[in-house]
Design a protein around this ligand. Structure first.
Ligand code: AMP
Length: 184
């Protein structure tokens, strides 16, 4: 697998737009739509992820609602694996299992279908994908949910890690963490 150079990372990082004060004052929103609409940049990213994971023993890709669906589904197609959406509570139509996680105020919940990882393996290997890790709360709940469903989360993969929030440290207690890009 080719590791990305400093120039490669700068190229990708430059495609992500910072939107200050969205969705509320003080937050700098990392807008990945500017990367997605650039065909060469999106393909460059997906080539890297495909190379990283193609030799790994992975049975499913699970993407977190909603931007994790974009990268997760694209990667699943590249690797010829099934894709499983991990959704916000109340969105999935069939029987679900859920995992609650704490927010700054209150809590949120994510869900998967009860049969999401059913296959011919007793404990299938799942790669978790999202666009960004901030506090790590969502991804930690997602990794816990994968394990709770009887599958195994082999790694959590992000395009971008907001390193100053140390979410990767919390998540790495549950599963290995990989991020293509980091911001301090
Ligand atoms: P967290 O649970 O704090 O790690 O938050 C991760 C989730 O929130 C991911 O699904 C991200 O898409 C989204 N998110 C959090 N912070 C940002 C941000 N600054 N810019 C864009 N998305 C964010």
């Amino acid at each position: 697998m080719k590791t990305l150079t400093t120039e490669d990372k700068a190229y990708l990082l430059d495609k992500i737009r910072d939107v200050p004060d969205f969705p509320k004052p003080g937050i700098i929103f990392k807008d990945i739509t500017t990367l997605l609409k650039d065909a060469a940049a999106f393909r460059f990213l997906m080539d890297h992820l495909e190379a990283r994971y193609k030799e790994r023993d992975i049975d499913f890709i699970a993407g977190i609602d909603s931007r994790g669906f974009i990268f997760g589904a694209a990667l699943a197609d590249r690797l010829q694996k099934g894709f499983v959406p991990i959704r916000k509570q109340g969105k999935l139509p069939y029987t679900t299992i859920g995992e609650k996680y704490a927010l700054e105020y209150g809590f949120d919940e994510i869900e998967i279908h009860i049969d999401a990882f059913d296959c011919d393996k007793a404990k299938p290997n799942v790669l978790l994908v999202d666009d960004l890790i901030a506090t790590g709360g969502t991804a930690k709940a997602a990794a816990n949910l994968i394990e709770k469903s009887g599958a195994h989360c082999v790694e959590a993969c992000f395009l971008l890690n907001l390193k100053f929030l140390r979410g990767d440290e919390a998540l790495s207690k549950v599963t290995p963490v990989y991020s293509v890009l980091e911001v301090d």
